[in-house]
Design a binder for this molecule. Structure first.
Ligand code: HEC
Length: 120
């Protein structure tokens, strides 16, 4: 009887230890709605209207295709290219040169590059 309890106890410890290991090693996807930084607030105020709340992209009622900012396949890859797109817009995107400061556009560039696309 004692041995059975011991075996069950040991099995329990092994399983809980293992699951703790698995959950801590799995990286959670970045959720913009949970991010309380100024960076994420800027995105929600200026970009989500087209790119979606999580930057997942959309097709507007007029047929304009808004690209996902998370996809592995994107048009602009470097920080400079992303910054340029945010500053000058084009191809259906509004320019933010006058609406946002240089620092704010840098913050959004980092958000797209690092948080949404996982770049370092
Ligand atoms: C009026 C709708 C609209 C708004 C608002 C908007 N975008 Fe865009 N965005 C677009 C469209 C359309 C494209 C595709 C442009 C192209 O294909 O050249 C795009 C493209 C991009 C790209 C390039 C994606 C790629 O494939 O590499 C980035 C980065 C981007 N937007 C970031 C932002 C950020 C950050 C904001 C907020 C400051 C923002 N956008 C606001 C419509 C919008």
């Amino acid at each position: 009887m004692f041995r059975t309890k011991l075996v069950i106890l040991l099995a329990f410890i092994a399983v809980s230890g293992l699951s703790a290991c698995i959950s801590s090693s799995a990286s959670k996807p970045y959720v913009m709605a949970d991010d309380q930084t100024y960076q994420a607030a800027l995105f929600r105020q200026n970009c989500a209207v087209c790119h979606g709340r999580e930057g997942e992209g959309a097709v507007l009622p007029n047929g304009t295709v808004i690209p996902s900012l998370r996809d592995a396949h994107h048009k602009f890859n470097t920080r400079a290219e992303i910054y340029n797109q945010i500053t000058h817009g084009g191809n259906g995107m509004t320019p933010f040169e006058r609406q946002l400061t240089d620092n704010e556009r840098q913050l959004l560039t980092d958000l797209v590059y690092s948080k949404l696309r996982g770049g370092k």
